[in-house]
Design a protein around this ligand. Structure first.
Ligand code: AGP
Length: 598
């Protein structure tokens, strides 16, 4: 996954692109590049490394012009290096492309292009695109791009420039690409345009957007300040609405916190409440659809997948309904069960995860109805769903998902109560939970968890156990700890310990027991005893202290909403483990925020 940016306007482009690109660094951070176009010349700067390590003063003044593109890379084809950084150019340096996604048939196309005499400088799949455009150059820039993308297989978004044109062209097929428009409709000859993989890239300038759909191309003309959308499949121009997305730039900044991850953990004081702020009629009508569907499935990946699994337990317990969770990358293997009466509930923060989108596409082929819980308005999942709920957590920038997860949990719990005909009871419980989260997230609480992190941060292994609603949170705790601190962490259902994992416990091995005041509490405590008697160091996340705990982190007793309050202290612990181990929790190695490749 990578971040791409394009700009056309009245401001010198390089600094605008530089700032926008920094906002997309969470999408990829092993190399960067930018290019401007001025007086029919390209000016390019690219290198390996993080854009945020590049000082503004080091951006060459030679990057002239009022239009340009930028790219932040997460390597898929070719190691991080200057040659493999984007943008990529054709043989004669007439066409330039930045790209997010994967071109599946690039090797075949590269061989063909080589036979035609094209020479390549990088190992990337991207580089074939400017060469393909070059191949059709005589048709003019727009037609050449159309022909070139017609040859590509895979999921991608690209932005292309031509040295001899004042147009910027973007194409979307499976990876996000959004247009930001500054100065609106009335003042059309002063309009400024942004093209980006995600909205925070241009939130400093505008929150008015136009969404490209898959198979669409956008052509922005710098001279005319015009914008045109074209559907490549139907071969016709399409009209787009300008939408105000309601986010502001402050929400996407650190606001005094050292890292986005901690800021986003603390935002849970408000975000859980915001997730509950849904139209009652829509919740009730969705509950009806769930109740009347013949076979309902959850799908999602990573943290959102763990929320789905928690949803499976919550629906079973609260509404007596069985909803199967299938991790999105495996979902296409379950197509045999799908009928036109099936309902698929897809959960995703970004709404752009490739595996989730593939899952819903496979389901749609069987005429399954899609309902989604998504954070990013206008994302692919939001727009491809038959029914969509926004969780309203605001931009989540840290790679580790925190506030989005608890908002998803809150909304899933609310839906389960609605299915059980107890919407008001569910709402009361969740409002109380949100207010208790507000009380939890104070500096003393954080310090208490930091002290624990100081005791265990040098350990190599950690285990987490839970049962029932808190088993999925044990899995989620493991993801949080692994991805930001790089400590090997594994989550188990408490009852599974004796079937193998107990062999891993040594003297002092930290084990977290996630406990709620529920019918499985005593079982989890006796699992913790089993670990302790093999030398394990027990961290109890529980409403009440217990003699088995070596370290107790108190959480409020909130009944069926316990996954929400139990995961929050582990998020804080994971954050401090990362910081103490010298890892940047916002940018874990080898990971990207939303995984738009298969
Ligand atoms: C969470 O901390 C992870 N970074 C990751 O597992 C993430 O939840 C997963 O990639 C799914 O993303 P999505 O919610 O945007 O679909």
């Amino acid at each position: 996954m990578c971040g791409i940016v394009g700009y056309i306007g009245d401001t010198v482009a390089a600094p605008v692109i530089f700032e926008s690109l920094k906002k997309l660094e969470y999408r990829g951070y092993d190399s960067y590049g930018f290019a401007t176009l001025h007086n029919n010349d390209f000016f390019v700067k690219k290198d390996k490394g993080k854009i945020s390590d590049l000082e503004f003063e080091n951006i060459p003044e030679t990057l002239l012009g009022f239009m340009g593109v930028g790219h932040s890379r997460w390597a898929t084809h070719g190691i991080p290096s200057e040659e493999n950084s984007h943008p990529h150019l054709d043989c004669k340096g007439n066409f330039l492309v930045v790209h997010n996604g994967i071109i599946e048939n690039y090797q075949e196309l590269k061989n063909e292009l080589k036979q035609r005499g094209h020479s390549f400088r990088s190992d990337t799949d991207t580089e074939i695109i400017p060469h393909l455009i070059e191949n059709f150059a005589e048709l003019g820039f727009e037609e050449a791009v159309k022909k070139a993308v017609g040859k590509l297989k895979g999921r991608y978004a690209i932005v292309a420039l031509n040295r001899d044109s004042d147009k910027m062209i973007g194409v979307r097929r499976g990876s996000p690409l959004i247009v930001g428009v500054k100065n609106g409709v009335k003042d059309s000859d002063r309009r400024e345009f942004f093209l980006a993989s995600d909205i925070p890239a241009f939130l400093d300038h505008t929150n008015n957007v136009m969404y490209l759909d898959d198979e669409e191309m956008v052509v922005i003309d710098k001279n005319k300040r015009s914008i045109k959308f074209h559907n490549l499949e139907r071969k016709e121009d399409v009209e787009k609405r300008l939408i105000n997305i309601g986010w502001d730039a402050g929400q996407a900044e650190k606001n005094g916190f050292e890292h986005f991850m901690l800021k986003e953990i603390m935002e849970q004081k408000d975000t859980i409440m915001r997730a509950l702020n849904q139209d009652v009629k829509s919740i009730e009508s969705m509950a009806d659809k769930i109740n009347n569907a013949f076979g309902t499935f959850f799908t999602g990946c990573g943290t959102a997948g763990n929320v789905c699994l928690a949803g499976e337990y919550i629906f079973s317990k609260v509404a007596g309904k069985h909803i199967n969770f299938i991790v999105s990358s495996e979902f296409p293997n379950y197509h045999h069960f799908l009928t036109d009466k099936t309902l698929l509930i897809a959960i995703s923060q970004s709404g752009e995860t490739a595996d989730v989108l593939e899952a819903i596409e496979a389901a749609k082929k069987k005429r399954v109805k899609i309902m989604s819980l998504v954070n990013v308005m206008g994302s692919s999942l939001d727009r491809k769903s038959d029914y969509s709920f926004l969780i309203k957590a605001g931009p989540e920038k840290a790679v580790a998902s925190t506030k989005a997860a608890t908002s998803q949990l809150a909304l899933i719990t609310l839906l389960a109560y609605a299915c059980a005909g107890k919407l008001n009871e569910g709402r009361r419980l969740l409002i109380e939970t949100a207010s208790k989260v507000n009380d939890m997230l104070n500096p003393r609480y954080e310090k208490h968890i930091r002290r624990l992190a100081e005791k265990i941060y040098k350990k190599d292994n950690m285990y987490i156990i839970g049962r029932s609603l808190n088993y999925p949170m044990a899995l989620e705790s493991a993801i949080k700890i692994q991805e930001v601190s790089y400590i090997h962490a594994q989550g188990f259902a408490g009852g599974e310990l004796k079937h193998g994992p107990l062999a891993l416990i040594d003297k002092g091995t930290p084990c977290i027991a996630l406990i709620a005041e529920d019918e499985v509490k005593d079982d989890v405590i006796s699992n913790a005893m089993e670990i302790k008697s093999r030398g394990g160091y027990i961290i109890g996340v529980a409403p009440e202290n217990n003699e088995v705990f070596d370290y107790w982190i108190r959480v409020p007793d909130v009944g069926d909403a316990s996954p929400i309050v139990n995961i929050i202290p582990v998020q804080i612990l994971a954050y401090h483990l990362a910081v103490l181990r010298g890892c940047n929790p916002d940018y874990p190695k080898n990971l990207a925020k939303s995984v738009t490749v298969k």
